[in-house]
Structure formats: structure tokens, C-alpha cells
Write a protein of this length. Sequence first.
Lengths: 113, 122
Amino acid sequence: DIVMTQSPDSLAVSLGERATINCKSSQSVLYSSNNQNYLAWYQQKPGQPPKLLIYWASTRESGVPDRFTGSGSGTDFTLTISSLQAEDVAVYYCQQYYSTPQAFGGGTKVEIK
Amino acid sequence: EVQLVQSGAEVKKPGESLKISCTVSGYSFTSYWIAWVRQMPGKGLEWMGIIYPGDSDTRYSPSFQGQVTISVDKSLNTAYLQWGSLKASDTAMYYCARPRRVGTTVEGLDYWGQGTLVTVSS
């Protein structure tokens, strides 16, 4: 099974500053036949279900602000919030869908400094 | 409009059985997989398993294999998650969710139910 590890567990960023979240998979989630990374990112706010932000490691879901950017390939991935807004306070999760079980990372809590 | 509507909160005793539901509308139920995700209090997301309503093909996480059963009723556009004998450690929020791409398990989960809170306590 693929294990997803996120870092840090939490971070506090000033409004307007950059937030960077890391996600590492225990084996590559890059599928060679289509050169796609089978990785998604989610945002979860308190009391709400998760919301899909990014899939294929870097494709923004419709309606997601362009301050959210996904990058990386193979086993190492990053979610960057370029200019943190108050409404971005949430827990962020990565998930691999390369193989079942489609594990999630442990989550990263983003707060305002 | 795509909707996944889950059954209401449950309070059960250890050893009791339970079946919670996820009823979908706004799309072809048999064309998209449905996943179940657990979130224990104050904790992260755990992928439990996934089912394809078209043929009931089901994949479980090893962590949940034998502990729960995932099923569907195509006539009701409903997916189910059930336990034969609940434990206190089953206390959690359970979400159903649909993958973004038709007929496959890829591209992430773009529609989610509101969650069903299951509390198991003596």
C-alpha cells in the first residue's frame, strides 16, 4: 500500500504571505503510460466535508482561486497558497489515486499568524 | 445538480449493527464509483473503500476489510456502509464521495455527502 506523509502538521502564515504544504508518497504515483501524477489535494474547513482543490497534481478544480497551485512529480508534491486569505484557514490533505487503498496524507492545518 | 445525501446521525451501543446510507441524485448512479471515508474525532481522513454501482465491484482498504460492508441498491440510487458489530472505536464521521471522472476511480473526489456521525457508546 502507498503511504502518504504530509509536512508540516501545522503552519501559521501572515495574511498575504505564502503557505507551502508538502506531501510525500512512499512510492511513485506517476503513471508512465500517460505521464500523469495520480495525486489530489483537498481543503477541509471545520464542520464541512472536504473540497477538491487540485487533481493530476497540478490541475485546479473549476472555481478554485489561482492562488492555489499544485506542483511536484513522482513521490514529492507541494501545495502552495501564494497569498493567504482569511478564508483559506483550513486543514489540507493530499490523496493518491494511483492504487487502492487510495490513501490520504495526515493533513496540514493552516492558520493565520 | 449533483447531490449526495447521507442518512442522519446515529447513537449505538457496542455490539449493535448499523447500516448508513448515501442517496445520490443529479447524475447516473451506475456510472460513477462511490467511496466511503472515515474521519475520527479531531483526526484526518481515512479511505475505507469504493464501490462501482454498475456491477457492485468493491475494493476495501486492508484496514477496513472484514470490519465493514459496502453495498448499493441501484433501484434506490443509494450506497450503504454497514457494520455487523460496532465498537467504540467506530465512533466517527463517515462521508460518501464520488470520483470526478465517470467510470473510473481517478481525478479525486469532487462531490461529497454531508457526513453521518456515528457514536458508539455504552
